[in-house]
Design a protein around this ligand. Structure first.
Ligand code: ADP
Length: 265
């Protein structure tokens, strides 16, 4: 499993589905910021972890939310008994260290926070820190990466065009059944037959989107069910608890999903 690979100093396991590894590598070398677009749980975070390992860069991740302020990203003065002391925020640290800075679910952040990254995404590669008066030039190796789920809350939130056009966008979607089964088997420790069963179930459940299922089961949920199964939990029980129950509270949808589980295992 991934944890073991990391413990042995190997790369975090990532199953590529196209040319994303090559494209990201080029973006890194050519100082292009990258946007990872796709539904939750389809491997965006794992991909960034994998790329940071391959490129030998530290990875600094920020989970964005609507209270995220400029100070949370850039830094703030802390009051101490003998005065005040400046402490870099995660973005400033990444800029100084030449790290990959990953803003997860960037659309959740306030627009006035997001625009702070603009000067880092063009030829200037600088971060103005108003509170200290510094203009920090990004160290070589610094790269900005954001993730974005286009389906989620699309009507309520979107990125400004002036922000979007600063990024190269890589599209992520669920892998092919063969690849997804390999991911599920690798990540959970179940055998290939069980993994194919979970992936077949995932495919059937994803078709329920047309019947009102707001979020379809991601690879992550299939992995969760696989882990329970690997731990000895019976397959139907594992699927009910790890896939069906987290996805919906609607009795009709839950019942439809349970029927699909029972038809699969
Ligand atoms: P996202 O960031 O898109 O929400 P993650 O990268 O956190 O999703 O993926 C969730 C989990 O699904 C991972 O921890 C991993 O176990 C598994 N996973 C999904 N896609 C892949 C993939 N292509 N390669 C390896 N693992 C994957």
């Amino acid at each position: 499993m991934n944890g073991e690979a990391e413990a042995n100093g190997g790369p975090p396991f990532y199953m590529a589905s196209g040319a994303e590894v090559e494209i990201f590598t080029q973006c890194h070398q050519r100082h292009l910021a990258v946007m990872l677009k796709g539904p939750t749980g389809c491997g965006k975070t794992r991909f960034v972890e994998h790329m940071a390992w391959r490129l030998g860069r530290p990875l600094i991740t920020v989970s964005c939310h609507d209270d995220l302020t400029a100070s949370d990203l850039i830094g703030r003065f802390h009051i101490r008994h003998d005065g005040t002391q400046w402490q870099d925020g995660p973005l400033t640290r990444a800029v100084r260290e030449g790290a990959i800075c990953y803003l997860d679910e960037v659309v959740e952040a306030r627009q006035d926070t997001v625009v702070l990254v603009h000067p880092l995404t063009d030829y200037r590669r600088v971060l103005p820190v108003d509170k200290t008066g510094e203009l920090i030039e990004a160290a070589p190796g610094f790269q900005l990466v954001v993730s974005y789920n286009p389906g989620y809350q699309r009507m309520l939130k979107d990125l400004k065009p002036s922000t979007r056009q600063r990024f190269v966008a890589l599209d992520f979607s669920f892998p092919s059944p063969e690849q997804e089964a390999r991911v599920v088997a690798h990540e959970s420790g179940i055998d290939a037959g069980m993994a194919h069963g979970l992936v077949a179930l995932g495919g059937r459940l994803r078709m329920l989107q047309d019947q009102g299922l707001a979020e379809v089961p991601s690879t992550r949920l299939l992995v969760h069910a696989g882990r329970l199964m690997a731990g000895g939990i019976e397959a139907r029980q594992a699927c009910h608890t790890a896939i069906v129950a987290p996805l919906s509270d609607d009795p009709t949808l839950v019942s439809a999903m349970r029927d699909l589980v029972d038809a699969t295992f």
